[in-house]
Design a protein around this ligand. Structure first.
Ligand SMILES: *[C@@H]1O[C@H](CO)[C@@H](O)[C@H](O)[C@H]1NC(C)=O
Ligand SMILES: *[C@@H]1O[C@H](CO)[C@@H](O)[C@H](O)[C@H]1NC(C)=O
Length: 374
């Protein structure tokens, strides 16, 4: 962990995206130096968009539940679809293209993740398998059946040891999988109260949160040496409301240590929790109005919060808009709203320097938005 925010800020400002691990941010309200570098602009100015950069329609007709930029990469994007495929897209040089389509899953692809170095993708599918893909040539390296033979609904890499992946399934289980062996890790399985829809590690990889379709979020302690999971805390967000997205915000700064969790739970609002201890106990900080009553809508923290006065989150919504909220502003938290989709927006992803934002929807359309650069 880096003790001062300033050296990191300078590097990020020079767009050396690779300095920070993905998911890391430097939350600080006191970083005057970085604020000055950002030109002391308001969040709304910072999140002004010049419009659509590109629209991808290769998955149209089937929902795209997940869209993700590659780590430390401004121009590589992947989308997974309920049509059973994953597409890898390149945004520059123009015109943007679909580089390749990964086929093999026999049912919809519910989720996927990039490895830290982007050489590998893991995907989970309703066909009850996970697959490991080489991003370089699109080859399927391995197909791993779910240990329970259940539909797989979500996945995430262990952020520190990318040989381990966690998956969540429709039989209420999370499993830590060793992707070198294709086997589940001993002691790495645990049962939730419902279908597991969302997973998120904290950046150090010591805490894992999992959310289910009965409204609960569980925290687990992750043993780095063995891959074992120990159930720690349970929060009932809202009995019976599916938890469709969990995102952990991490920090590299000692000055502004405020770990938070962003949760979508079909409650027509986006929920922001404070993580109050090392066991992942959550305390509701505030909520933001969106439309979500049934779709698997996801949200993210903006990756470069350190330059701003405040911190920003972005979420999909069933009103077919992408919504931006300033989490620090007491009144008028809504910072921006992007209109262009014609179906509920399911997922959003920023590239590493926040010059581009991608959003995907329930009709399979993926829009890449260009942020105004000063
Ligand atoms: C991942 O597995 C490979 C080969 O199985 C091994 O060489 C490497 O050290 C492992 N990495 C970690 C972080 O355990
Ligand atoms: C995963 O498998 C590799 C290769 O067999 C092994 O070296 C490693 O210890 C395993 N990791 C865990 C956490 O079981």
């Amino acid at each position: 962990l880096v003790n001062s925010v300033y050296p990191d800020d300078i590097k990020i400002n020079n767009l050396k995206c690779s300095f920070l691990p993905p998911g890391s941010v430097v939350p600080t309200s006191a970083a005057e130096a970085s604020r000055a570098m950002a030109g002391d602009t308001s969040l709304s100015e910072n999140y002004a968009f010049a419009g659509m950069y590109h629209v991808f329609d290769q998955h149209v007709d089937e929902a795209v539940p997940r869209v993700r930029f590659a780590n430390d990469d401004r121009h590589r994007l992947a989308c997974c679809s309920l049509d059973g495929s994953i597409s890898l897209c390149q945004l520059v040089p123009a015109p943007p293209t679909v580089l390749r389509v990964l086929r093999g899953h026999t049912r919809g692809v519910s989720d996927f993740a990039w490895s830290l170095s982007n050489d590998i993708l893991v995907s989970t599918s309703l066909d009850a398998t996970m697959r490991i893909w080489a991003s370089e040539d699109g080859r399927c390296i391995r197909e791993i059946p779910d240990p329970d033979g259940a539909e797989l609904l979500c996945c995430t890499f262990q952020p520190v040891n990318n040989n381990l992946t966690v998956v969540g399934n429709a039989k209420h289980n999370v499993h830590v999988m060793n992707i070198s062996t294709g086997k589940k890790v001993k002691g790495g399985s645990s049962k939730l109260t419902g279908r597991v829809l969302a997973l998120s590690f904290d950046a150090p990889g010591r805490l894992l949160w999992a959310g289910d379709d009965r409204g609960s979020v569980f925290s687990f302690l992750f043993d780095m040496a063995t891959g074992k999971l120990t159930k720690a805390k349970r929060l009932v967000v809202h009995e019976g409301s599916p938890v469709t997205s969990i995102s952990a915000r991490s920090w590299v700064s000692r000055e502004a240590r405020d770990p938070s969790l962003l949760i979508n739970a079909c409650l027509n609002k986006l929920l922001l929790y404070r993580v109050v201890d090392n066991e992942g106990t959550l305390q509701l900080k505030r909520s933001f109005p969106i439309e979500q009553s049934s779709h698997p809508v996801r949200s993210i923290f903006c990756p470069l919060m350190s330059f701003r006065q405040g911190a920003c989150v972005v979420t999909g919504s069933e009103d077919m808009c992408v919504h931006f909220f300033d989490v620090e502003r007491a009144a008028k938290a809504a910072v921006n709203k992007l209109q262009g989709h014609s179906a509920p927006v399911l997922d959003v992803s920023f590239n590493c320097d926040e010059s581009l934002l991608a959003s995907s929807d329930a009709s399979g359309m993926v829009i890449v938005w260009r942020r105004e650069q000063k």
